[in-house]
Design a protein around this ligand. Structure first.
Ligand code: CO8
Length: 279
């Protein structure tokens, strides 16, 4: 399906796939065995996220999450202009409180947040509204120099609804989140990095490659340990310090039941590279 055929679809229903998965993903030196690249491709609408596209994304991510061969996921938007310019405003415009509650389409966001495999957003261009929220639902953000982050919902007469007030505040602090959300201002990649939202900023055309490289570095680690560490870090935003430390300690203890713990420590002793099984 080409972009020109997609252009006739204002709000995609059942129809073409708008989410592509490449697994294993291709890096500069060939295939990255344990890394997947997931691409949202609806460029005519700056990759705006309809509810159906979010459902497609959930299916793609959950399939990868259920595959023990997949150890890291890069999520990106097709083209140079946008990661995703938000929820599909045309689709949102006709919603009512009852349709939003009864249809339960926001449950997709909980399913994305429940993905255990480490996820890296590769952001070029606009990551606005639901697009910014989607990037923040990932574990790390690699931003091209052309990236623009923001929660402009206030300019539409509403407010963030998919985690923006919570995740942005946790990422950059109350003072900055208030300003961005209450004015709808966007911030460029460098400001986002200085604020703590973004893991690294790279030249725009290198964005996906840099995210894949970071994903490969994560995928080279013991998979159970990486998943457990991700969950423990996420708990830092949910639990008290003592509760989080208790969670961390239990996860640490549990990893001593894994083959990879024996392998990792034996490899250190034997001065060789560890070979992980994910068991
Ligand atoms: N929804 C639908 N279509 C969009 C969206 C969007 N969010 N963003 C851009 N488009 C469309 C435009 O309508 C336009 O289509 P057409 O050619 O048919 O008119 C096409 O993409 C290109 O966009 P522009 O011509 O506007 O491009 P510009 O370079 O002039 O402007 C901007 C780029 C500044 C990004 C501009 O498009 C814009 O402001 N977009 C809207 C940004 C926004 O407000 N995002 C927040 C949306 S609300 C939200 O995300 C709430 C999340 C709640 C939970 C999520 C549930 C799924």
């Amino acid at each position: 399906m080409t972009d020109s055929t997609r252009a006739s679809v204002a709000t995609p229903a059942a129809g073409p796939p708008f989410v592509r998965t490449a697994f294993p993903a291709s890096g500069p030196d060939g295939q990255l065995a344990h890394v997947a690249l997931v691409t949202i491709d609806r460029q005519v609408a700056l990759n705006a996220l309809s509810f159906d596209i979010l459902d497609e994304l959930v299916v793609a991510l959950e399939a990868l999450d259920g595959d023990p061969g997949c150890r890291a996921i890069v999520l990106t938007g097709a083209g140079e202009r946008a990661f995703a310019a938000g929820a599909d405003i045309r689709e949102l415009a006709s919603q009512t409180p009852i349709s939003l509650a009864a249809d339960n389409r926001f449950a997709a966001w909980d399913r994305i947040a429940a993905i255990r495999t480490p996820m890296i957003a590769a952001v070029r261009g606009f990551a606005l509204g639901g697009g910014c929220e989607l990037a923040m639902t990932c574990d790390m953000i690699v931003a091209g120099e052309d990236a623009q982050f923001g929660q402009p919902e206030i300019r539409l007469g509403v407010m963030p609804g998919a985690g923006g007030t919570q995740r942005l505040t946790r990422a950059i602090g109350k003072a900055r989140a208030m300003e961005l959300i209450l004015t709808g201002r966007t911030m460029a990649a460098r400001e986002a990095a200085a604020s703590g939202l973004v893991t690294r900023v790279v030249p725009s055309e290198a964005t996906v490659g840099a995210a894949l490289e970071l994903a490969a570095a994560v995928a080279a680690q013991a998979p159970l340990a990486a998943m457990a560490a991700k969950q423990a870090i996420l708990r830092a935003h949910e639990l008290s310090l003592s509760g989080g430390i208790e969670h961390e300690r239990q996860a640490f203890f549990l990893l001593f039941a894994s083959e990879d713990q024996s392998e990792g420590m034996a490899a250190f002793e034997e001065k060789r590279v560890a070979s992980w099984t994910g068991r």
